[in-house]
Structure formats: C-alpha cells, structure tokens
Design a protein around this ligand. Structure first.
Ligand SMILES: C[S@@+](CC[C@H](N)C(=O)[O-])C[C@H]1O[C@@H](n2cnc3c(N)ncnc32)[C@H](O)[C@@H]1O
Length: 333
C-alpha cells in the first residue's frame, strides 16, 4: 500500500464498534458543554480518516484566490499565522489541538521552530507522531495526548502558542485562554484562527439560529463564539489583545473559503467534498453498509458531515459565519 494512501473508512475503532461511537456522538451532542470531551473524541474517531482522504493532513479552511491551488491556499494561511507569531529556530511552541499535524510539520519545516502538538484524540496523536517521524521532522515536532482545558505542561513552559480551528471545540473560551496563559512565558504571543458568528449574525432570525445549530451539530462544537467573546475571553484570562481580523475577507469574492465544499472538479480526492460527490458517496455507503462491506454507522457519519458542509456553505454565503477569525494576543511581562 502506498505510504500516502488514505481510506475514507475510519480505522480508529473496530468495525463492530462504529455504530456505538456514532450513538455516543449523538448523545453527548445534547450536553455539548459538559460532554465536550467524549463528543469531540467520538467525532474525530469517526471522521479523521474521511477528512484525511478528502481534505489532506491539515484540517482547516483557508482564504482562496483564483489560480491558487487548494494546497497552496492552506500553506499560505499557515504561513500567515507563523509570521504573525514571529516563529523562528530555537522557539518552543505549543500547537493546541494539532490534528494529525499537517500545520505543525509545515510550520516547523518553514520556520525551524520546535513545535509540540496537543490533542485529545488518541487516534490522531498516534497518526501525528508517525507522520512526524516519516517526514523526518521528529527532531522539531512532538505530540502530546491531553485536553486543552487542562494542559499537561508546566507553567511558563512555551515561548508561543497557536491553534488552528481547534478552540471552537472549547466549552469555555475564558477558561481555555487561562490555561494557555498559564503555560506561556511572560512576553509570549498566542494567536490562532477561530470559528465565529460574524456581526451579521442575528440571533433573532430563525434561519440564522438554525444554521448556527447545524454547524455545531455537524462539527462537534459546544457553542460558536462571537468576535466579542474572543476579545473579552482573552482579556479576562490576562492577555493584552493585540489584533484581530476576519481572514475570510482575504478570499477573492469569486472563490470564497467555502468553495471547496461547494463542488468544483471531480478528482477522487476532491469528490467527497463536492455536492455531487457527497450524493454519490452517501448512496454508495448505504449500499456498502447493507452488504456489510463498510461498518454500520458509516452512512450516518456521512449524513453528519453533509449537515456540516451544507450549513457551512449556507452560513458562509450569508456572511454570518467565518472559520478564520484571526486573533493575536500577548502575555504581559
Ligand atoms: C478542526 S481540527 C484542527 C486540527 C489542526 N489544528 C489542523 O488544522 O489540522 C480540531 C482539533 O482539535 C482537537 N481538539 C478538540 N478538542 C480538544 C481538547 N479539548 N483538547 C485537545 N485537543 C482538542 C481535535 O482532536 C482536532 O485535532
């Protein structure tokens, strides 16, 4: 098997446990704030292989421009963050919610900083660690299993920290920022890209509210924040708020950030991201599940992902949501 081959079918659990994991996900969703940990763990057990198959090793969006490939856009968005933090060789940096480590390897390779990933999902931790080794980057990249609400690290042990679309999973922004603050040395920078409802979101509009709930349901999120929640949370944790901007505005209007979910091109890799591809994949999964060629629950996982994709596109088109609210803060000292 080629080293970079990814099956879209989850290998995180035994096939016979798949339906139970789907049920666990659905149950914990109802108490998202209290049960954020089982919810997010079940979610990433179910979808990590699918994400890798359809999206690649970096599980985030990026501003897109005509003539720029998907991979270039992703790399450019990571570089923007690395430059904003001022990453350089010798720095010890925390990547909060590191996924399978696409951004970590790219940033360590580009800037030469030592980056430790933190991840609550054990399956992703194992994959990340293996990919770091295979990429010959394990002298710069390491990964730790743990919850960002209770970071398993000493006070003041990092020179900088970032997250890429991981803190939307936090049940309490001020509490997670306080944990990040604790593990940073005085003078350190913390930056990231968060998922936010924009000022165009109107909580009194039922359509807006429904889209917000569907994004939360399809992506294992306790509650999507507003721009103000981010700034207030950072200040409450003791950070000096340096700057923030919605990087979605850096997209070419003809190629908005949600374009990869809308469907353009039908290569095997882009297929599951597109509207047509999602229909084909759903149909195929239903049949394959019936003949037991894929684990029970695969079709339902696909439905959850479809809810996620459709609601993200609809909210993106209305301008009420962004997955790339860049924020930068400074620990005084
Ligand atoms: C959307 S993915 C982004 C991953 C990575 N930053 C990237 O861009 O490829 C969110 C990540 O946050 C991790 N995560 C969610 N909740 C977490 C928690 N409480 N503690 C640590 N990691 C968490 C998930 O396991 C997942 O890897």
């Amino acid at each position: 098997m080629a080293a970079n081959f990814h099956s879209p079918i989850s290998q995180a659990m035994r096939p016979e446990d798949s339906a139970e994991t789907v049920a666990k996900y659905r149950d914990s969703q109802e108490r998202g704030k209290e049960e954020y940990a089982p919810m997010v763990t079940a979610f990433y057990d179910l979808i990590t292989d699918f994400y890798e198959y359809g999206w690649g090793p970096s599980f985030h969006f990026a501003p897109t421009k005509d003539g720029t490939s998907f991979e270039e856009s992703i790399a450019g968005h990571q570089r923007f963050l690395g430059e904003a933090i001022g990453l350089r060789p010798g720095m010890k940096v925390l990547d909060i919610g590191c996924g399978v480590g696409g951004p970590q390897r790219s940033l360590a390779g580009t800037f030469g900083a030592s980056i430790m990933g933190l991840n609550i999902n054990e399956y992703q931790v194992k994959k990340c660690s293996r990919y770091n080794r295979e990429a010959g980057l394990d002298h710069l990249c390491s990964v730790l299993h743990g919850d960002f609400m209770d970071i398993p690290a000493e006070d003041q042990s990092f020179d900088a920290a970032y997250h890429i679309e991981a803190l939307p999973h936090a049940p309490d922004k001020a509490a997670v920022y306080a944990e990040v603050f604790r593990v940073l040395r005085p003078g350190a920078i913390f930056a990231g890209y968060d998922w936010c409802m924009t000022p165009q979101y109107d909580g009194g509009d039922p359509r807006h509210r429904e889209l917000k709930q569907r994004i939360e349901y399809g992506n294992a999120l306790p509650e999507i924040a507003s721009f103000t929640d981010i700034a207030d949370g950072l200040r409450a944790a003791g950070f000096e708020f340096v700057e923030a901007l919605d990087r979605a505005t850096a997209s070419d209007p003809r190629t908005p950030w949600y374009r990869p979910l809308e469907g353009c091109g039908l290569t095997p890799r882009s297929l599951p991201r597109t509207t047509v591809g999602r229909k084909i994949t759903s149909g195929a999964l239903r049949v394959l599940e019936a003949v037991r060629a894929v684990p029970k629950g695969s079709f339902e996982v696909q439905q959850i992902l479809n809810v996620a994709a459709d609601s993200l596109v609809a909210a993106g088109r209305l301008g009420i949501f962004t997955p790339m609210y860049f924020h930068k803060a400074h620990k005084p000292g």
